[in-house]
Design a protein around this ligand. Structure first.
Ligand code: ASP
Ligand code: MG
Length: 418
């Protein structure tokens, strides 16, 4: 059994759904198709959620965008005239609208998950109906009933044991050899909807593969595979045909956007290969991430991560930066759920780079302020070059003001001013 994951860009319009059908139509083996919300519908639903929760008064307009978008696609794919899918989509849209008429609870995260899930419920309903109409019936599964999580809304933790049991009951392949289900969303034991974090449907595909012992996972994307640089920035960017799980984890940890960071581990644990291929050129091979024995000669890989905050802390009492000081700083970072992307210590100062979260960073600095003099720089990027060469470094850092520099055997990293 294989798993195919189609992201929002692959089903952003009626053409995308037809293209999805063409890709799966050649398949003969058992298959689970994991689909995200269409196009930018998760963002559109976020707008609905914000308007609703903060009673901003624009809920109806925001909702209208979600409705018009899906109705347009249904019309293009199925025409008009009271077909079954039209009714299913209208029912979902009505349920969503009804929810926004209720008084919101006090928890934003809870409300977010129960509204945002409609993106995936709608996309999978439309995709399943289209496949059926084209003569390739796939069974629609509500993943919220089988991917079971805790109630940590918007970033739920998966209960692997329970999910394995429920998934094996749902995906039996007894009466069908193809399923369509939702990425990104999940559910609690008490039937509340949860989500796995933005861009989480890669992770869903990996989890299902792990729990159901799939042979392989393919993520269909709008890029030709895993590339050594952003082709928008470097026109000679090339596809990397294969890499190890370890390399993929390092890359996504450095900020490479191809795959969601949580995706690799469930696959690595079971030795399941992950293919990244282009839905625009489905005949080309793309990239594969798998266990590799041989040492690969990889080209330099360039990663440019923006939206960073560089901080330097110097103890006010002029004491050295020693272990107790560091453990206090780390505790504060953990408390604010800050992700440390790079750090450097000197005798009397500690510099580090974190993702910039406008909403919390002032409070974070406030907390450190009693003990440390805090300097920070908001307009910085974190540049990483894996498998660096002198030329590659020169190319990436040329003309930029470098504030921090760090090199290990395989990785060179720079904090550069914008
Ligand atoms: N639809 C969700 C998002 O846009 C999940 C995903 O696309 O992976 O974040
Ligand atoms: Mg998406």
């Amino acid at each position: 059994m294989d798993i195919f994951k189609f992201g929002g860009a692959s089903v952003k319009d009626a053409e995308g759904v037809k293209n999805l059908f063409n890709i799966i139509n050649t398949r003969k083996e058992n298959l689970i198709i994991v689909v995200s919300a269409m196009g930018k519908m998760t963002d559109a639903l976020e707008a609905v959620c914000n308007a609703y929760f903060h009673r901003a008064g624009e809920t109806a307009e925001a909702l209208e965008r979600v409705k018009a978008f899906h109705r347009g696609i249904v019309r293009e794919l199925f025409g008009t005239g009271g077909n079954k899918v039209e009714k299913q989509v209208e029912d979902l849209l009505q349920t969503l609208e009804d929810m926004t008429k209720e008084e919101p609870s006090l928890s934003y995260d809870y409300e977010y998950d129960r509204l945002i899930c409609f993106g995936e419920l709608l996309s999978t309903t439309i995709v399943a109906a289209y496949l059926e109409r084209q003569g390739r019936k796939a069974k629609w599964v509500d993943i919220r009933k089988c991917l079971i999580t805790d109630a940590n809304y918007r970033n739920a933790g998966v209960n692997l044991e329970l999910s394995a049991r429920m998934c094996r009951q749902a995906f039996t392949f007894q009466d069908t050899f193809m399923y369509v289900t939702q990425g990104f969303i999940a559910g609690t034991t008490t039937n509340q909807t949860t989500t796995l974090g933005r861009e989480g449907s890669d992770y869903t595909a990996a989890l299902l593969a792990n729990l159901l012992d799939a042979e392989e996972v393919t993520i269909w994307k709008d890029v030709p595979g895993i590339m050594n640089a952003d082709p928008k920035l470097f026109e000679d960017a090339e596809v990397i045909a294969k890499m190890s799980y370890k390399e993929a984890i390092e890359l996504s940890n450095c900020g490479a956007k191809v795959i969601h960071p949580k995706t690799i581990k469930p696959l690595q644990n079971k030795g399941i290969p992950l293919f990244v291929r282009s839905f625009l050129y489905p005949e080309s091979h793309g990239s594969v991430i798998r266990e590799l024995d041989e040492r690969l000669n990889l080209p330099p890989i360039f990663i440019d991560k923006g939206n960073q905050l560089l901080l330097t802390l110097t103890p006010r009492d002029f004491s050295f930066i020693a272990e107790e000081k560091l453990s206090g700083i780390f505790a504060t970072l953990a408390k604010y759920r800050m992700r440390l992307n790079l750090m450097q210590t000197s005798a009397i100062s500690f510099s580090f780079c974190i993702d910039l979260h406008e909403a919390v960073f002032r409070q974070f600095i406030e907390e450190l302020h009693d003990e440390y003099e805090v300097l920070y720089n908001k307009n910085v990027r974190l540049l990483t070059i894996r498998h660096y060469t002198d030329d590659a470094i020169a190319r990436m850092t040329e003309g930029k003001k470098i504030l921090v520099e760090q090199r290990s055997r395989l990785t060179a990293r720079f904090v550069a001013e914008e």
